[in-house]
Design a protein around this ligand. Structure first.
Ligand code: N01
Length: 585
């Protein structure tokens, strides 16, 4: 079935597989690839974007499951590079539903005429650095063979679906879907007996909606998640007008927050408050809802004792909402609150009070087998018509693994990263010259506002490429020692947060056999941006630039000007980090 949204685009004109040469090839046309293309064009680089899907939008192109919506407020989950775009676009709700975000992505593609340089329905299969020409050779499943000086991976952090290989899965007579690869034509679940596997963010959004449609819904839970009510509503026109009155200033304030998202937070310690004060603070934050709940106190992700207080508050809410005590107990996590990515819901716990919804614990006895008619757990057969895998993603590195990426001396990226990803600033990796990644492992990425992170990376890269053009340089590559120092720093900073203590996709623990390494940079977005600025201002310190007439000369600041602002030390000073008072949500 074709898309309902007009994403069809003409194939780019020049499709000569033998000779096409570009300054830059970009892999992926999600928010990262789209903005990268826009920046490249602005500075006069030739570029080709390859996109496996039939349209732009990345995550929001693929994740069309019922209830999919963003849990960052709409007015912050959007591009910030053009105030005219900010002013002309209006979001309908506080938290945008997936179709509206996809509309926005399409609007951006049209507004900046991006489609002419994007080749859709084309998956990059291999990219290889050619030592002789110092260029990347890129191959696709459509037979393209092109070369580029730079290769930019804009493949997303959560885009390689995890489809567990359940025994007997091929025997099932009904339909099996993954939330991250949802059919574009939608799925009619009315009157169906539905099973959903997983209880992460995707499932928690989907379950209440599926329960409205299905005849019965059985949820197979391996571990419960903490979730906070979204309190979604129509976007208040007064809020919209207030933000739009000075959007750039609002964006600038957000960028100075550890997450790159602006919201109320309380830097005080939960342990300095009385139980009554804490209760009131949690209750007020719960009523406001959403991810900012985790900002109720400044030490919740640093002090286990403080975290215990919010975790117990959340468990009390579950017990109060879910009528069946056994189900309430099963739904109550006993680990650190916010250790795994906090979920945001609308009516999740209430759904379990409906007679046709059942929760099955698969923590001790896993799903044994899938049979023709359903699933078997602990010897019990659960007959269903549809199975939905809300089983998440091979996070951060999974999309890189799908492509054969070969750097110097035949080294593949998969081989280099077999014990965990290693990057310099999450931007680049030694042994892979002129190879860059947008929101790569080792950068704030999933712990910060994704679109802000994307913009900062693309702006940095394009200034780097322009500098290389200025000095006539051929290659740029991180120095191994600087990369090792950065990886050590990423690991060191991760230890200050309780987030490093549990089995989450942040550490690759959701999929058996993956190395356990805390992948995103948790030190805070502004500190990270400041570091990237300094690296650039010192002539790309920590990189080797080869072939240029002037080496490591200070670059001209072009796209990164808006990021080159003084770090406001009062909010996120290193001293605050040392005192473990950085609210990171
Ligand atoms: O994936 P997940 P997701 N047998 O990995 C379970 C973002 N996102 O798609 O916890 C049984 O969180 C697994 O169990 P366990 C957001 O960053 C954002 O829901 O590993 N169960 C878990 O319960 C989010 O964090 C938005 O024990 C199995 C579930 O499947 C990220 O995407 C919306 C299993 C997977 O949960 C990923 O979310 C949606 C097995 N073999 C997503 N394998 C918003 O903006 C896995 N599971 C709102």
């Amino acid at each position: 079935m074709p898309d309902t949204i007009p994403t069809a685009a003409p194939k780019p004109a020049s499709r000569d597989p033998g000779t096409a040469r570009f300054d830059v090839v970009v892999v992926g046309a999600g928010f990262g690839g789209m903005y990268m293309l826009h920046c490249l064009r602005k500075l006069g680089f030739s570029a080709r974007v390859y996109e496996a899907g039939g349209g732009v939008g990345g995550t929001w192109y693929w994740n069309r499951y019922p209830g999919a919506r963003c849990d960052v407020e709409s007015m912050q989950y959007s591009y910030s590079f053009d105030d005219a775009l900010d002013q002309e676009w209006s979001w309908s709700e506080k938290y945008s539903p997936q179709p509206e975000i996809l509309d926005y992505a399409n609007h951006v593609a049209d507004r900046y005429e991006l489609r002419q340089d994007i080749q859709f329905d084309t998956r990059v299969t291999a990219t290889t650095f050619d030592e002789a020409t110092q260029r990347w050779s890129v191959e696709t499943d459509q037979g393209d063979r092109v070369s580029a000086q730079f290769c930019v991976m804009a493949v997303g952090c959560l885009s390689a679906a995890n489809r567990p290989d359940f025994a007997g899965i091929g025997d099932f007579q009904g339909q099996i879907y993954h939330t991250g690869e949802w059919p574009h034509e939608g799925v009619d679940l009315s009157g169906k007996r539905v099973a959903i596997i997983g209880t992460g963010s995707s499932a928690i959004q989907a379950i209440p909606i599926i329960a409205e449609q299905a005849k019965s819904l059985t949820v197979f839970q391996r571990s419960p998640s903490y979730t906070v009510p979204a309190r979604n509503a129509k976007l208040d026109p007064e809020v919209e007008a207030a933000v739009k009155a000075d959007y750039p200033e609002f964006r600038a304030k957000a960028r100075m927050r550890p997450t790159g998202v602006y919201f109320l937070f309380n830097a005080e310690s939960a342990l300095d408050a009385t139980p009554e004060e804490r209760e009131q603070q949690y209750e007020e934050s719960w009523v406001r809802g959403g991810l900012p709940f985790l900002g109720a106190y400044g030490d919740l992700l640093f002090e286990k004792e403080a975290n215990d207080t919010i975790a117990e508050f959340a468990r009390r809410k579950i017990r109060k909402t879910v009528k069946d005590p056994a189900t309430a107990t099963l739904l109550s996590p006993d680990n650190v609150f916010g250790c795994k990515r906090l979920c945001v819901d609308t009516g999740y716990y209430e759904t379990y009070n409906q007679p046709h919804v059942r929760l099955v614990d698969v923590s001790k006895a896993p799903i044994e087998q899938i049979i023709r008619t359903g699933l078997v757990v602990n010897g019990e057969e659960h007959e269903v018509d549809v199975i939905i895998c809300a089983t998440g993603f091979a996070a951060m590195t999974g999309s890189f693994e799908k492509i054969k990426i070969t750097g110097r001396d035949g080294l593949t990226l998969t081989k280099k990263w077999e014990a965990g990803p290693r990057t310099y600033l999450g931007l680049s990796t030694n042994g892979f010259p002129n190879f860059f990644m947008i929101t790569g492992p080792g950068s704030p990425s999933v712990l910060a506002s994704m679109i802000q992170s994307i913009e900062q990376h693309a702006d940095w890269m394009v200034d780097c490429f322009a500098h290389m053009r200025d000095i006539g340089a051929k290659t740029i590559e991180p120095v191994l020692q600087d990369e090792n120092d950065w990886v050590d720093h990423v690991n060191e900073v991760a230890k200050i947060s309780l987030r490093s203590t549990c089995s989450s996709w942040y550490v690759g623990a959701n999929i058996p056999g993956r190395p356990r390494v805390f992948m995103p940079y948790i030190g805070g977005f502004p500190i990270y941006v400041d570091r990237c600025n300094k690296v650039m201002d010192k002539g790309f310190e920590g990189f080797v630039i080869d072939g240029g007439e002037v080496r490591n000369a200070p670059p001209k600041i072009r796209n990164t000007e808006r990021w080159h602002v003084p770090l406001k030390m009062d909010i996120i000073s290193p001293a605050a980090i040392a005192a473990k008072r950085v609210p990171i949500v």
